[in-house]
Design a protein around this ligand. Sequence first.
Ligand code: AR6
Length: 172
Amino acid sequence: MEVKIKNTVIRLVLGDITEQDTDAIVNAANAALQLGGGVAGAIRRKGGPSIQEECDRIGGTHVGGAVITTGGNLKAKYVIHAVGPRMGEGDEDRKLADATINSLKLADENNLTSITFPAISTGIFGYPLERCAALMLRSAREYCERNTRLKLIVFCLYDQSAYNEFEKVLQN
Ligand code: AR6
């Protein structure tokens, strides 16, 4: 499903984020920018070693921050590495909103017009999916109300139950 907010479409898809052909895909990263499991592992395997090498040159960023690298062998030209919170570390909602907004800003600053997000922090980092859906979709909607050149923001959900949670929120 999709909705249009001003000039930007927000779309939900079910599938593997590494198959998405938007200008950028977002990695659910850690602050050290070391590509581990989950989304990061899939990006490392399909994108090749250049992405980790670029991350190593950048060195790291704060929780809630985002950095950009090229996409190596991926269909997407760029990977935006967004650092979500680990559940239990405190101030998780603000950090997840920051990670979402900072990714969108970085896409705009690099003149990108399309971006795909995973459900950041809801795997290894343990953040509840329902809360993630509400927070990431609200952040994206609010961002679309402002000035953005982004035409398409995709949320790529890995299984049907995650898709259903995002759909429930986007319908309201
Ligand atoms: N495509 C789309 N979604 C996926 C994919 C995929 N290929 N694989 C997993 N998901 P996670 P986090 C979903 O664990 O919780 C790594 O070690 C998954 O079902 O990737 O932010 C990093 O290096 C879940 O809903 O990210 C960090 O250290 C969501 O994507 C740490 O994990 C996020 O799961 C980040 O943990």
